[in-house]
Write a new protein. Structure first.
Length: 129
């Protein structure tokens, strides 16, 4: 499997990743997700100040093959949006782990315990091959 999975991130079964820094976190989609979607052509993000529960849809990703919802890995409030990606959505294909979509303040860090580490996510991706 050629999917790149970084060890310092947590992952959801919807293929989002989350990089936790204290009580804040960056959220994006995994290499597996961008590879499955193919060429990403459009992204839609929420506004700063919007709050979401774990599992809520916080945006949309569209590719030449499909459109999908972006799901929040943990509950939180949007404190920053990666505006640059809206102009260059293809950057998600090129560097999925550098292309964070939203930065959040985490509302309940206990929710992180339900996410997969890199080993569990690797196994999960391999099951779907």
């Amino acid at each position: 499997m050629s999917t790149k999975i970084l060890p310092d991130l947590l992952y959801t079964d919807d293929d989002e990743w989350i990089r936790v820094e204290g009580n804040e976190a960056y959220v994006g989609i995994s290499d597996y997700a961008q590879d499955s979607l193919s060429d990403i052509v459009y992204l839609e993000f929420p506004s700063v100040g919007d709050s979401f529960e774990q599992g809520d849809t916080f945006g949309v990703v569209e590719s030449v093959k499909a459109a999908g919802d972006l799901m929040m890995p943990v509950g939180g409030e949007i404190i920053e949006v990666n505006e640059g990606l809206l102009d260059t959505p293809e950057a998600v294909n090129e560097k999925p782990y550098d292309s964070w979509m939203v930065k959040i303040t985490i509302s309940d860090s206990v929710e992180l315990e339900g996410l997969m580490d890199s080993e569990a996510y690797t196994a999960y991706c391999e099951e779907r091959e």
